[in-house]
Write a protein that binds this ligand. Structure first.
Ligand code: S3P
Length: 165
């Protein structure tokens, strides 16, 4: 058993938006591990970072991903840092993992509009650049498909993914 498709990429790459469009087109459930973690913890991720710290969040994230990978036929979106965990990267082998590749400029614009992200306090552009550069090899490692998202609508991106399933 495994999800139909797993979306990875940095904050602001559009994982949740694309997952919602994809799941509607497939008639499949959309599961988002950040949402699962918040439901289990009973508080927002930003509060988990403040109250318990990032290592605790990463442990919750690892557990949420292990559980989510048991589900069959779902569209799964992961938090941007999920691929930092080597066990998670190993678990993703064999899955249809899609790396949503976004430019720094576009990601900054999208994150600016979104919910508070604990790792992106201060200068969002600088933080995001550092994080994207450090993680790119890890996204490349797990990806079966890479889709550039700049200048495309969510429907176009979902269409490119559906063609490869
Ligand atoms: C994180 C990204 C967030 C969330 C947490 C940590 C990261 O998800 O999991 O704040 O390390 O990049 P998004 O990628 O949906 O912002």
């Amino acid at each position: 058993m495994s999800p139909t498709v797993v979306l990875v990429g940095p904050p602001g790459s559009g994982k949740s938006t694309i997952a919602a469009v994809l799941s509607a087109r497939l008639g499949a459930k959309h599961r988002d591990t950040d949402a699962d973690i918040e439901a289990t913890a009973g508080k927002p991720i930003s509060d988990i970072f403040v109250d318990e710290g990032e290592p605790h969040f990463r442990a919750l994230e690892r557990a949420a991903i292990t559980a989510a990978l048991q589900a069959d036929g779902e569209v799964l979106s992961l938090g941007g840092g999920a691929i930092l965990n080597a066990e998670t990267r190993a678990d993703l082998a064999g899955q249809h993992v899609v790396f949503l590749d976004v430019s720094l400029g576009e990601a900054v614009k999208r994150v600016g509009l979104g919910v508070a992200r604990p790792l992106l306090l201060g200068n969002v552009r600088t933080q995001l650049r550092t994080l994207m550069e450090a993680r790119r090899p890890l996204y490349d490692e797990v990806a079966r498909q890479t889709v550039s998202t700049d200048g495309k609508t969510p429907e176009q991106i979902a269409g490119e993914i559906l063609e490869k399933l």
